[in-house]
Ligand binder design. Structure first.
Ligand code: NAD
Length: 266
């Protein structure tokens, strides 16, 4: 009996943060194509409305709820979760894709940057999840996928604060997964290497500038360093997130799934 079914997310309500960003946006499209009902959130309302227009033919306007939120603010997080549940009912799934780059080499780090990166990538994610999780606990069901990174599994030269925040996401994912699975709630993380989004391009641009080469050369170098010879597409990451939310992944718990073209081995 095949256990992978495209239908297991049909009518499920999934809240996606960072939905105006490359990975969140694509994840919304993949999940809508699988029949999920979606709350999409980010900070740019115009981009969210553009996303809603793209999603409408896939899942119907009534199945998409758009809400802007600053996830570093508890009142904003509470309003997001309240309004999302009011609009589309119980939140079956949560994808924590909001995140920021930043950091730099150790000697250049300042307190403000470190606090900001930890706040958005770790603390805000944790406290948003807590709000959704409390509701999941009442229903004894739910699936959560966190965006960590290859930088959350190994040291990353020149990106110390970001890497620390993504290590934190994995430590928290694994610890929460142990508690949550007792209540039939799964928590997992995905760990992409470079993905074709603004965030990766910014990082490659910065490195290229430092090494005195052009952005195009920097892109070529980045791809050449990856065993598969290329960086991931947003669709590849979105598909992995979707898989982790489906019943096919029902015994995958506390995982940190790498999507890196084999780059984790280097
Ligand atoms: P992106 O910059 O395209 O999108 C980030 C999203 O986070 C945006 O929608 C932005 O509005 C949102 N966001 C940032 N701060 C916020 C705040 N305070 N409140 C609400 N929303 C906020 O990035 P992306 O490439 O789509 O990355 C998504 C996730 O994947 C991030 O957590 C990132 O760290 C992780 N990741 C990305 C890559 C990559 O190469 N792009 C690699 C590994 C991991």
């Amino acid at each position: 009996m095949a256990i992978f079914s495209n239908d297991s997310l049909k009518q499920k309500h999934v809240l996606i943060t960072g939905a105006t960003g490359g990975i969140g946006y694509e994840t919304a499209k993949v999940l809508a194509g699988m029949g999920a009902r979606l709350t999409v959130t980010g900070r740019n309302e115009e981009k969210l409305l553009e996303l809603k227009r793209e999603l409408t033919p896939l899942s119907g306007e009534e199945n998409i709820f758009v809400k802007t939120a600053d996830l570093t603010d508890q009142a904003s997080r509470e309003e997001l979760v309240e309004s999302s549940a009011k609009a589309l009912g119980f939140i079956n799934g949560l994808v924590n894709s909001a995140g920021i780059g930043g950091g730099g080499v150790v000697e250049e780090l300042d307190e403000e940057t470190v606090e900001r990166v930890m706040d958005v990538n770790f603390k805000s994610t944790l406290f948003l999840t807590q709000l959704v999780y409390r509701r999941m606990l009442e229903q004894k069901e739910g699936d959560i996928v966190n965006l960590s990174s290859l930088s959350g599994l190994r040291g990353t030269h020149g990106n110390t604060a970001y890497a620390a925040s993504k290590f934190a996401v994995i430590g928290w994912t694994q610890s929460m997964a142990l508690e949550a699975i007792e209540h039939n709630i799964r928590v997992n993380a995905v760990c992409p290497g470079y993905v074709e989004t603004e965030m990766a391009w910014n990082s490659i641009r910065k490195k290229a500038e430092k090494n005195g080469i052009s952005f195009e050369e920097g892109m070529k170098e980045a791809a050449a360093a990856i065993p598969s010879g290329r960086i991931s597409t947003t669709e590849e990451v979105a598909n992995t997130i979707a898989f982790l939310l489906t019943d096919a992944a029902r015994n995958i718990v506390g995982e940190s799934l790498k999507i890196s073209g084999g780059n984790f081995m280097r």
